[in-house]
Design a protein. Structure first.
Length: 394
């Protein structure tokens, strides 16, 4: 007997008593289940090999293969490991029930069973089986998606690794080229510089001396560029390992720097002003490299400030971090410059021929390898500001 409604679950009733089969089949068919039956354990095994069922109602006491053995053999079939088996039994002793569960049963009904109880137990276990199947299917789909996505990510990572490797090679080649070019420039440059110095010592017409001054200025600018390019190259390759860091007083260092700077640039003597709030501020840095960075920034500020205006160097503390700022009283940095990063060579940084963006890039490179923040801004009252923000001392 079979209900042809394909939307319902399919139930196999196994009982050697036709009357019991008819009663159960009638109840289940009325609830839109598809029903098949077997009158022996052997017949049930045949059905299992031919069809697929969502639940099995299994009588225990049958001639030949009883319900226990039939259940055990059904559970040996891979496709039926998760198919619920409800035992129909007149035995309610603990030993019999334990044996039923050991044989693969998930529940039992006591004969004679009540119709509403049968339908409730069947509906519950069919719903559980359907939910488990849906969950397994969802998990399988998810696993397939994860595998597919993993494969895509592995392919992307492989491409990215190749791209990173190529970029590293390109960056190394660029650095090596810059290093080589800087070295190659130095050799003829030294000859030009020496020749200019010798010619300046000779008695020459004023016009020629003016040309020599122009040549001297250009060659010295090229010399500065060459030296900075070499040092940037060295920093990019070796990083902070080139530094010899020590702990020292920042205010004392700035005072010493200002004295040395004004000795080399007498016109700056009356223009450099130091403002400090805490004489005990200490930092850890490479003195020589920090001096180079501060010299670049200070020289830049003097160039872009009017001759009658000061350049203010301030020292302060913020959240345990030392702050040093250099402010000029000129027109300030153009907005286009503030929006651009100094991480790259920025030819747009130049304001006059003798001051290029490479200077400030070099200063920033030095400070970044000190784990120090270095940024440009404009003061609300006018003028450009360069800020050194040092890390906390450990």
């Amino acid at each position: 007997m079979k209900n042809e409604n394909k939307d319902g679950a399919t139930i196999l009733i196994v009982d050697d008593n036709p009357s019991n089969v008819e009663i159960a089949a009638s109840l289940l068919s009325g609830e839109q289940y598809n029903v098949e039956f077997a009158l022996s354990g052997e017949e049930a095994l045949q059905w299992v090999s031919l069809a697929s069922f969502d639940l099995i109602l299994m009588d225990i006491m049958m001639p030949g293969l009883d319900g226990y053995e039939t259940s055990q053999r059904i559970k040996e079939v891979e496709a039926y490991k998760d198919v619920p088996i409800i035992f129909l039994t007149a035995k309610t002793d603990t030993e019999s029930l334990n044996k039923a569960f050991d044989a693969g049963g998930v529940d039992y009904l006591t004969k004679p069973f009540r119709p509403e109880e049968l339908l409730a137990r069947v509906a519950t276990h069919v719903a559980l089986k359907k939910s488990k199947e849906a969950l397994n299917e969802w998990n399988q789909q998810l696993e397939e998606k994860v595998k597919a996505r993993t494969k895509e990510l592995e392919a992307s990572n492989a491409k990215l690794a190749i791209a990173v490797k190529d970029l590293e090679k390109l960056d190394f080649a660029k650095t090596e080229f810059l290093h080589m070019v800087s070295h190659e420039i130095r050799t003829p440059l030294n000859g030009i510089l020496g020749g200019v110095e010798l010619m300046k010592m000779s008695e020459l017409p004023q016009e020629v001396l003016e040309y020599l001054a122009m040549l001297d200025q250009s060659t010295k600018r090229l010399e500065r560029f060459s030296l900075q390019a070499l040092e940037i190259s060295n920093l990019n390759v070796n990083g902070a390992s080139v530094f010899s860091k020590i702990e020292f007083s920042l205010p004392s260092f700035i005072e010493s720097f200002m004295q040395e700077f004004t000795e080399k640039n007498p016109r700056a003597k009356s223009r450099l002003v130091l403002q400090k709030t805490d004489p005990e501020i200490t930092i850890e840095a490479d003195v020589n490299y920090l001096r180079k960075a501060l010299e670049i920034v200070t020289d830049n500020a003097l160039v872009y400030s009017p001759d009658d205006q000061p350049v203010e160097i301030s020292i302060d503390r913020e959240g345990g971090r030392a702050i040093c700022t250099v402010r000029d009283h000129g027109e300030g940095f153009p907005s286009a410059i503030l929006e651009k990063s100094l991480l790259k060579f920025n030819t747009g940084m130049e304001h006059q021929d003798q001051h290029t963006g490479l200077n400030l890039h070099f200063a920033r490179t030095i400070m970044q390898h000190h784990n120090c923040e270095f940024y440009l801004s404009n003061h609300p009252d006018g003028g450009g500001v360069v800020t050194f923000k040092f890390p906390k001392n450990s």
